[in-house]
Design a protein around this ligand. Structure first.
Ligand SMILES: NC(=O)c1ccc[n+]([C@@H]2O[C@H](COP(=O)([O-])OP(=O)(O)OC[C@H]3O[C@@H](n4cnc5c(N)ncnc54)[C@H](O)[C@@H]3O)[C@@H](O)[C@H]2O)c1
Length: 440
């Protein structure tokens, strides 16, 4: 496999629809890391390591030294938003990072001015930005294509990836226009409003052969038409919904409880947050998209139908409330009713005082770098090995998603080993003890 990977030479353009809290925290963070002001904590590509070979070999390189990833100094950021604020202004209003830190990277951030958005207010009613393109769905797709190509030329980028950090769109399901590329393109021509704005960006990127990762819970590339296009243009896609606060905790804890055959009767999860994401999610149609994305994880991990005694009665409830005083500092509470030996009940309470965008920014960075690696490694279509980062991982139709974070990590690491021609690790380890016996 190793010889097929093209080097990460030249600049990588990371284009982001939605220059809000997550995107600006990512861009400011990369600038701060480049200047040596801070470190990229939370990013597996930058700080994580990977075991290679047998434990006796003691090989644990940093992931970035093992696989050829774009260097942070070679990244160029750009994007679109329905508000015209540059990235410095947008980051200042998002209030995730403190003013002193932002000021130290002001020069780099001010230069990044959003392009006009392909937007339809019906998909996010609580937004009132006017920095938007006009035209039919087809015209919007053409304009986004032009934006991407202009950005690439102006910034001398060797490669481009798109990461959707735009607001969560209202809940919609795939309809007949989303089932094939032909139907999708006919719908673009007919200006069919069932094509969501995020799909317009994804279509433009994939048509050009540029990877697309979706950080929000809306379907976007998770429709047959765009999967078909990604295969046609040999382009990787990944989605959906960054796995950050409460769901991260859920996919860490639930596999552990299931591993010990502890039963679960109920899992109540509630959140308060006060950023623009919270405002958009305050609309019931937008909340529904998020709710569906968050609900699936427990069922996939616990498989109640195969384990009815342990999980057959589980009651899973999720609430998100908009609470401006908390800003981006989301607070979540989980109450978990579990039972053990002979059915005796116990409770677990989690109160996570997290910072939404601080958790999401490194995920957006890793997704951009890994999906670029996938493209250079001639991988196309759904990149299930990136499920590790996502709340509602896209899979082939009929394939149950894997939400257990430890299995997701193993899949990610084995994919990297496979790409680099290293042995996959099964953690069997019996041979160590066999050799030991023979040596005695
Ligand atoms: N922060 C997290 O922990 C987290 C976790 C999982 C998913 N997400 C998702 O990531 C996305 C970004 O989150 P955020 O906190 O940065 O939200 P945000 O509201 O701060 O930023 C989103 C930005 O997208 C812009 N936008 C909306 N529609 C657009 C369009 N069609 N084209 C271009 N720009 C558009 C908005 O104007 C806004 O500036 C949301 O969908 C959120 O649900 C965030």
């Amino acid at each position: 496999m190793k010889s097929n990977i093209k080097p990460a030479a030249g600049k990588l353009g990371i284009l982001i629809p939605g220059l809000g809290a997550v995107a600006t925290t990512l861009i400011a963070g990369v600038e701060a890391v480049k200047k040596g002001i801070s470190k990229p904590f939370g990013s597996l590509t930058q700080m994580g390591s990977i075991r290679l070979g047998k434990r006796t070999e003691n090989r644990y390189p940093k992931i970035k030294d093992f696989v050829p990833l774009a260097d942070l100094n070679d990244l160029v950021f750009g994007g679109w938003d329905v508000y015209a604020d540059n990235v410095y202004e947008a980051a200042s209003s998002a209030k995730v990072l403190e003013p002193g830190l932002l000021f130290s990277v002001k020069e780099g951030l001010e230069k990044i001015v959003p392009m006009k958005a392909a937007f339809d207010k019906n998909y996010a009613k609580n937004l009132d930005g006017t920095h938007v393109k006009t035209g039919t769905r087809r015209e919007l797709a053409d304009q986004v294509t032009e934006d991407i190509l202009n950005f690439q030329a102006q910034n001398d980028c060797d490669r481009i990836v798109l990461v959707w950090c735009g607001s969560t769109e209202i809940y919609y399901e795939a309809s007949e226009i989303h089932q094939s590329l032909a139907a999708f393109e006919a719908a673009l021509d007919a200006d069919d409003k069932r094509i969501s704005p995020s799909m317009i960006y994804a279509y433009a990127a994939l048509k050009l052969g540029f990877p697309f990762a979706n950080g929000a819970p809306n379907l976007t590339v998770d429709i047959p038409a765009l999967v078909e296009l990604s295969k046609l243009t040999d382009t990787p896609i990944a989605g959906k919904d960054f796995k950050t606060g409460q769901t991260l905790m859920k996919t860490i804890l639930a596999p552990g409880l299931a591993a010990r055959a502890l039963g679960i009767k109920g899992w109540f999860s509630t959140n308060i947050l006060g950023n623009r994401d919270g405002l958009v999610l305050d609309d019931p149609d937008n909340f529904k998209t998020k709710e569906i994305s968050k609900l699936g994880v427990l069922e996939d991990i616990l498989r109640p139908e195969d384990n009815p005694d342990l999980y057959g009665e589980i009651f899973h409830k999720i609430r998100i409330n908009y609470y401006p005083p908390h800003g981006d500092n989301k607070e979540s509470w989980d109450n978990i009713d579990i039972f053990g030996w002979l059915g005796y009940p116990m409770q677990i309470k989690i109160n996570f005082l997290c910072r939404d965008s601080i958790l999401a920014a490194p995920i957006a960075l890793d997704l951009a770098l890994f999906i670029d690696l996938a493209k250079r490694s001639e991988m196309s279509g759904i990149q299930e090995w990136l499920s590790f980062y996502l709340k509602s991982p896209q899979t082939l139709p009929g394939l149950r998603p894997e939400n257990d974070i430890f299995k997701q990590l193993m899949k990610l690491q084995n994919t990297l080993r496979h790409l680099m021609g290293e042995d996959l690790i099964t953690h069997l380890g019996l041979d160590y003890y066999q050799d030991l016996v023979e040596a005695l």
